[in-house]
Design a protein around this ligand. Sequence first.
Ligand code: NAP
Length: 295
Amino acid sequence: MVETRLIDGKAAAAQLRAEVAAAAVELAARHAITPGLAAVLVGDNPASQAYVNSKAKASREHGLRSFEHRLPATTSEEELLRLIARLNRDEAVDGILVQLPLPRQIEPQRVIDALDPAKDVDGFHPQNVGRLWSGGRTLAPCTPFGCLLLLRQTLGALSGAEAVVIGRSNIVGKPMAALLLQENCSVSLAHSRSRDLPGLARRADILVAAVGRAELVRGSWIKPGAVIIDVGQNRIAGEGGKSRLVGDVAFAEAHGIAGAITPVPGGVGPMTIACLLRNTVISACRRRNLPDPAL
Ligand code: NAP
């Protein structure tokens, strides 16, 4: 039986947030700059509202300016593109995040394509995606970058490790694979058509699950000692009619097999907003040709 370490995402995120706040203080003192993050929310999806509220609150708490744009669900694509063009021109705005999903009448890729790549703090613009895959300087998507920070903290160097990422979305799985490749891992990117997923997963020294299927990854899929990053956030029925949050990995089964694992909640989740603040501060520096802060 392996002793399984818990990877504390809350503590890692608190540390990164403190570093972001310190970098913001220094930018204000030395250059009179306050990094600004604009959040755009279209419609009234309660989960999206909650995400935007917590991103705006976190910005203000860490010395950043927050600009919130809440548009009705009936907003047309042209109206949204006009707002994006305005934010692209606004010197006070260093980062723009458009909360997804968008209402049906709006094509998300058109909106992402319209962002100034220098302000694309989610790292979704094709120019930033291309730079990520070609190893250039970019703004990496927040959730996978947060996973990478947790892996570095847990393992130190990742070079030569066999990494398996389950899930190939543009926001998590694919950029995660690109980041692991940059760290010199041997990377497999698995998805719903992958054959023998348990066998593939069992090869992994590093296993990242970003699927959105409650407890898909069983204990028997895990190589003893592997480090598991569970990105999944799935609501399932709990006791007393209440719901509870579980990951994509059967946590209780992984315990005693994995070398280390992120819990859900309290693992990857807290890192995402911390990385968004980090990207905003970095974007504020790069747009003014200042060196990147050490974040
Ligand atoms: P997504 O866009 O729905 O992508 C899911 C991926 O999983 C797809 O590539 C899909 O394969 C694959 N998949 C689905 N069923 C599978 C199966 N049975 N076996 C193997 N692969 C399977 O999801 P996402 O946006 O990447 O999010 C994934 C999870 O992460 C969700 O639970 C989400 O809530 C969570 N998440 C958390 C954070 C955070 O901050 N903690 C941020 C983002 C997402 P195909 O491509 O073949 O369809």
